[in-house]
Design a protein around this ligand. Structure first.
Ligand SMILES: [Zn+2]
Ligand SMILES: [Zn+2]
Length: 284
């Protein structure tokens, strides 16, 4: 059982063509009780995805579907905003007054280049690991210090291409920075998401990596959200089970949802999957 998927993209995102209703049908089939549409808002005028998101269309589609399926599952109207430090004013203008249940903050671009997607490799050209990773975590630290977001999206997405270019992601060199970011998240009542798309991209692990989840636990973090970051129904929910099992072997976190930006606990990880199974998988 998965219970929730709070990170999916639909045709209101530039990089997805999927009909939102198709996720709903599958969610009902799979007994996913909480489903959140988190379409991208990209506000950098030099970004090819700039200006694609249509708030009114996304909202009216959501309202229609919510009405149609209100007896079947809980739907959320959300967004994933690409954070860039020089766009804070624009971000504020694009989220304030809108009825988002929650907003996922994500760093996808550095130095004006999208490094996180399938075509992200050029960003890394002539940059060593320290430079790329430090720049990423510095931007993430600025992001969590704003008051725009409830959920921090794919905490260590820099490793998506970083792993193939620099080798396995080891947190040691960035420990202090990561600790500051996590402490801020906890202090500001935000949460990290367990994002299974790392498995889908062949990284062999979720975002964030186990050591970051352990640090989050040690700092007092007790809550997570769960998301597959699907861009079409064929990767909806993909590897969530693996990500949940793996996370449960670190700590039995509360799985939460946000409605009108307010948190509610809907389960514990151990209620989704038994620990015994988790340990078996972990020891493989
Ligand atoms: Zn993202
Ligand atoms: Zn996403």
């Amino acid at each position: 059982m998965t219970v929730e998927d709070l990170h999916v993209h639909t045709k209101f995102s530039k990089d997805s063509k999927e009909e939102p209703e198709r996720y709903i049908t599958l969610a009902i089939e799979r007994d996913i009780k909480y489903l959140g549409f988190s379409d991208h808002i990209d506000l950098d005028p030099t970004d090819k995805d700039y200006g694609y998101y249509r708030y009114e269309d996304a909202l009216s589609s959501y309202n229609m579907l919510k009405k149609k399926y209100e007896n079947n599952l809980n739907l959320f109207f959300a967004t994933e905003v690409t954070y860039q430090k020089d766009l804070e004013k624009s971000i504020e203008e694009n989220i304030s007054g809108r009825p988002y249940d929650y907003i996922i903050g994500s760093v996808h671009r550095l130095e004006g280049i999208t490094f996180s997607g399938a075509h992200g490799i050029p960003f890394f050209k002539d940059k060593d690991e320290n430079y790329s990773y430090n720049m990423y975590f510095d931007e993430l630290y600025r992001m969590v210090n704003t008051d725009f977001f409830q959920i921090v999206g794919h905490f260590d997405i820099i490793k998506r291409h970083g792993i193939s270019l620099y080798g396995n992601f080891k947190i040691e060199k960035y420990r202090e920075k990561i600790k500051k970011i996590l402490a801020t998240i906890i202090e500001k009542n935000m949460v990290i998401e367990i994002n299974s798309s790392g498995f889908r991209f062949g990284l062999g692990e979720q975002y964030p990596t186990d050591d970051i989840i352990k640090m989050y636990r040690d700092l007092g973090g007790r809550e997570v959200t769960i998301g597959s970051d699907a861009h079409n129904i064929s990767n909806f929910g993909a590897y969530l089970e693996e990500a949940i099992k793996n996370t449960l072997s670190i700590f039995d976190f509360d799985v939460i949802i946000f409605k009108n930006k307010k948190k509610t606990k809907v389960a514990r990880l151990s209620e989704l999957i038994t620990l015994k199974n988790a340990m078996e998988v972990h020891n493989d």
